[in-house]
Ligand binder design. Sequence first.
Ligand code: ADP
Ligand code: MG
Length: 349
Amino acid sequence: MLEDKNQTRTPLSELGEFKLIDRLTKHTKIHHDSTVKGVGDDCAVIDTGDQLSLVTTDLLVEGVHFDLSYMPLKHLGYKAVMVNLSDVYSMNGNAKQITVSIAVSNRFPLEALEELYSGIHLACKTYNVDLVGGDTTSSTKGLLISITALGQVEKKNIAYRSGAGSNDLLVVTGDLGAAYLGLQVLEREKQVFEVDPNAEHELDNYTYLVERQLKPEARKDIVKLLTDLEVVPTSMIDISDGLSSETLHLCKASKKGCQLYEDKIPLDQQVISTCEEFNIDSTMVALSGGEDYELLFTVKQEDFPKIKGNPNLSVIGHMTDEPELIQLVTRGGQKVDITAQGWNALDDN
Ligand code: ADP
Ligand code: MG
């Protein structure tokens, strides 16, 4: 055994995910010129000659990232692939291959894992991606899925988190907050079901929300759209954790500030009506909800005519040369700091 001379014991809860990654990786040394980008973006970037190769990996853990009591295994397989492809598209690249590794307890029969793989295969077919390997092992409890995606992008088209310039427009795809609300609806139904297993499921009013939670689609179409429009984003990230967290990542990586306008945040009608019903703030849901797998990017002002009026794209703000000011401009015109948990900022109102 290695002797443990380090007596300090820092609880991980003191750090949070991002500080922990920083601590673990800050002394990482890069040994190869071909490693263009290591830790710190949605994908690692490797120079493979004519093109850049992209690599990203994600780990999903039962009880942490998914609950099998309302997540069908086929959907889980599909979503696990989407989570990874989304990171490739957020570099403005195209996903080509995935590997899939699973750790599984003996609670799962073969048929359950075949269900999981039917979702993985459907995702591969729909997104034109090849499943090329993986690993299989046992777990003492529950199911773990780790997927690695490989992609490619032409050098002139790559979009890092760090490229935003002052006055660039901040743009988001699709609409936000639905996946989070879908989860709330499913959690509520689960509780109803636990009390009364014969209860009718009341999901009719929430079909879009539940679909966004259970069957998200990564925005491959946006990479094509941007190519067709001849727009290369100056920076880009995918929205896995929520608009506020991803905006902070873009600003920090680009050393820029931003002004994000509350009234420009795109929300589906079902999100608005469900927020009213649940008595929660729809802006808070969009800022902090997560799992939307939309893309957040910046473009130069001169590209505005090319993206203007496109139903897939909403300009929600602009970047500034004041890195200390990352702000939400509320409907009332107040400016509040955006924090990783967007609702804290909103509490000041
Ligand atoms: P995303 O949400 O896009 O998947 P993460 O927030 O998980 O990105 O990770 C941020 C960055 O940190 C990425 O570059 C990722 O590769 C890297 N990273 C995360 N965990 C580790 C780890 N345990 N060791 C090394 N790098 C890590
Ligand atoms: Mg990402």
